[in-house]
Write a protein that binds this ligand. Structure first.
Ligand SMILES: NC(=O)c1ccc[n+]([C@@H]2O[C@H](COP(=O)([O-])OP(=O)(O)OC[C@H]3O[C@@H](n4cnc5c(N)ncnc54)[C@H](OP(=O)(O)O)[C@@H]3O)[C@@H](O)[C@H]2O)c1
Length: 184
């Protein structure tokens, strides 16, 4: 089966965007000259699975910067909703996490970049995330869209590496261990 990998920026209080999807707090960071590992991570995956929320946000940027194929998870969009210039790069899937991973494995994907808060949560719940690189941005935004949510069990993580940067960004990588049971 294809393995899932997360690479995402979060506010120190755990949000990936404001409630309305705004990521101004992320875009204003002055990080020029720093290599946070994004290009190496992107080179390591066969493609990207993202939620419809993330896809709609990315479309507002104008430029399409993904060098790999993208699968957008959505039960409300279909391939006809994809802008014409992206149709050879993006496909929509209404499948669930496990079914998508099986389908992508059949297509030869070994590693998928999984992106979007709700999508990451559902892949974590399904045990389909192998590792996560979380880059903490030194800001508190108080409320917003959370990266993590409710779980029906604890998920143990193994810390692999933490790197800090002059800008104040702190990037930590965790391997997802086998899910543990909660003791009552
Ligand atoms: N800080 C960062 O690095 C970073 C990274 C990525 C995204 N973001 C931000 O995060 C925001 C979007 O995140 P989000 O959590 O709201 O949405 P999301 O995870 O990107 O997308 C959620 C949508 O995906 C669809 N979906 C289909 N199958 C699903 C499943 N099994 N589990 C979950 N969703 C499924 C649903 O859309 P349908 O209703 O169409 O079925 C759902 O509403 C954007 O504002 C984006 O800018 C930030």
């Amino acid at each position: 089966m294809t393995t899932g990998h997360v690479f995402i920026a979060i506010s120190l209080d755990g949000f990936i965007a404001r409630r309305d999807g705004n990521i101004d707090w992320l875009m204003k960071q002055q990080t020029s000259g720093e290599d946070h590992g994004y290009d190496a991570f992107m080179a390591s995956v066969d493609g990207i699975i993202m939620g419809r929320g993330t896809f709609e946000k990315v479309l507002t940027f104008g430029d399409w910067s993904y060098p790999k194929p993208v699968v957008v998870m959505s039960g409300t969009l279909n391939d006809a909703d994809i802008p014409g210039d992206l149709r050879d790069k993006v496909q929509v899937s209404a499948l669930g996490p496990a079914e998508i991973m099986r389908e992508l494995a059949d297509k030869g994907w070994a590693r998928a970049y999984v992106d979007g808060g709700r999508v990451i949560q559902s892949f974590l719940q399904a045990g389909l995330i192998s590792d996560m690189t979380l880059t903490h941005i030194p800001v508190l935004i108080g409320e917003g869209l959370p990266l993590f949510g409710k779980l029906d069990r604890d998920i143990d993580l193994e810390h692999l590496e933490t790197r800090s940067f002059p800008s104040g960004l702190v990037s930590s990588t965790y391997r997802v261990r086998q899910a543990g049971n909660r003791t009552p």
